[in-house]
Design a protein around this ligand. Sequence first.
Ligand code: PMP
Length: 421
Amino acid sequence: ASTESLREWEAQLTAEFQSYKNAGLNLDLTRGKPSGEQLSLSDAINEILAGDLSNETDTDLRNYGGLDGIPECKRLFAPVLGVNQDEVLIGGNSSLTLMYFAVLFALHQGFGELGDSWASEGGPVKFLCPVPGYDRHFSVCEHLGIEMIPVGMDDNGPLMDEVEALLKADASIKGIWCVPRFSNPSGIVYSDEVVTRIAKLGQIAGKNFRVFWDNAYAVHNLDDNAPALACLMTACRAAGTENSVYLFGSTSKITYAGAGVAFAGMSPANLKAFKHHLGMTQIGPDKINQLRHVRLLKDSNGLAAHMRQHANVLKPRFDIVLNSLQENLADTGMMQWTVPQGGYFVSVDTLPGLAKKVVAMAAEAGVKLTPAGATYPYGKDPQDCNIRIAPSVPTLDEIAKAMDVFVCCVKLASVQQKLAA
Ligand code: PMP
């Protein structure tokens, strides 16, 4: 386009932007949490026990004990993790807590009969971080003084040639963060080949390397035909690497984000060490809440039916975001985005150097977005292009309005960049 027509376009977009600013909007596309409508899908959980605490254990659920959870709850969630029932621990209400403890114990307490702590090796401790990724994984590393090394991803998952080369070259890399299904934020599902190669990392990495397999969106399909994820633990059994993986999940986006249950899957040897350390922090989890979850969701079929109700609420929201991107930005060269078939996010890339600017402009016009850079270790997106859109909480009208503003900001920032070049 000629400079003149770009100037004209800039003037139109600036006027549109000004009108949004004048409208005094207050919209929020930041955090991936369930909406009130979604939380209400699980409200039966509050009355479901009706005082009946009968269960398969011989402990009184009202009392202490049962550090690894009740058997019927393990049976319910073992298939979500893809591990055997004796490889499951049901914890409190947050998988992030279990992940934090897993890293902390590995760093300072060690692996029981499997070996000494990472810190005892004396050198730096590093993690591979596929990007864009989940900001709270990165904050766990920062908080515990673990150095982060970003690695790229494509539609199949982390770039495995890069991952393998890094691990071969540096034995101080002790972990990798993975969100293997409906990744946060890109929505991709790791391919079968990637899962197989990740299962084999334990063969090439240094001592006591662990894959942190955060399957937070394991059953969170938006489409019935969403791709399945290959079973990591099965691949590990074939490779003889069962001890090199920790798997995590929770019902934060199945039942109540603030009162769900979290679970971890690991080999019996890992589980033994983990339970020993966890036992220093508590005598037992809330087993009554575990029973509530079993009564509500029952089994894999019950869980799938429940998740379909979530999809019915979420899908129209994602459609508004994706249709808006498609209608307004396709073929402009100004934006690329992913089309997720599950999870909580749409990940978009602006032209290099514009993500921070777009987020700031949107904020000026009353639309809150996740800070640019949050999807990268240390908050540093080297290209300054990735933005995470989380459409679960606002109403359909609010999302539509927010997307109008967002699209306007992307266009205006891109046109201004072109004019400045
Ligand atoms: N992992 C990922 C990838 C997430 O996106 C989230 C929530 N946004 C969590 C973990 C947090 O899980 P929990 O509520 O079980 O702590």
